[in-house]
Design a protein. Structure first.
Length: 156
């Protein structure tokens, strides 16, 4: 097994780290199914690589938000960048979830069915107001193709 894993790691077409991880974890599972001690063969422990995220600078952000032609798409892009919701949370977002008095966004049934509040920036609020007066969404914050229907996750 050690020779197999070593050859797998040294291949000229080096597999991705996730491929190598699946091979190691599959072997560990096999050993457990057979009732063998998986420590007989020294399977390496694979540590997760931690990388810092790439952060856009001011000019890159400006160019990104100006790229879409439609106001709806520009506001949606800025909304996702500033509030960091998941796509399914955006599709379920209602107009009543925007609290302009407290400058908060209420994200309902987030991960693990928990609600959370996210700060709403004044620039985002102005963009949402422009979008609302231009497009007049019904019920949902971002309507799909038909008025009143939510925007599909794939469309987002």
């Amino acid at each position: 097994m050690n020779k197999y894993l070593a050859s797998l790691a040294r291949q000229s077409k080096t597999p991705s780290l996730s491929y190598f991880k699946f091979a190691v974890y599959g072997l560990r599972y096999c050993y457990r199914l057979l009732g063998m001690n998986d420590k007989i063969v020294q399977l390496p422990s694979i540590k997760r690589q931690r990388k810092l995220p790439v952060v856009l600078n001011y000019d890159e952000c400006k160019a990104l938000f100006k790229a879409p032609e439609l106001l709806k798409h520009r506001v949606l892009l800025y909304f996702m960048y500033s509030a960091d919701p998941r796509a399914c949370e955006v599709s379920r977002m209602q107009q009543s979830d925007i609290d302009s008095g407290r400058m908060m966004i209420h994200i309902r049934q987030s991960k693990y069915n928990k609600d959370r509040h996210v700060p709403l920036s004044p620039i985002m609020l102005n963009g949402l107001r422009k979008y609302y007066y231009a497009c007049r969404p019904v019920n949902c914050l971002f309507n799909g193709n038909e008025p009143g229907s939510p925007l599909n996750v794939r469309e987002i």
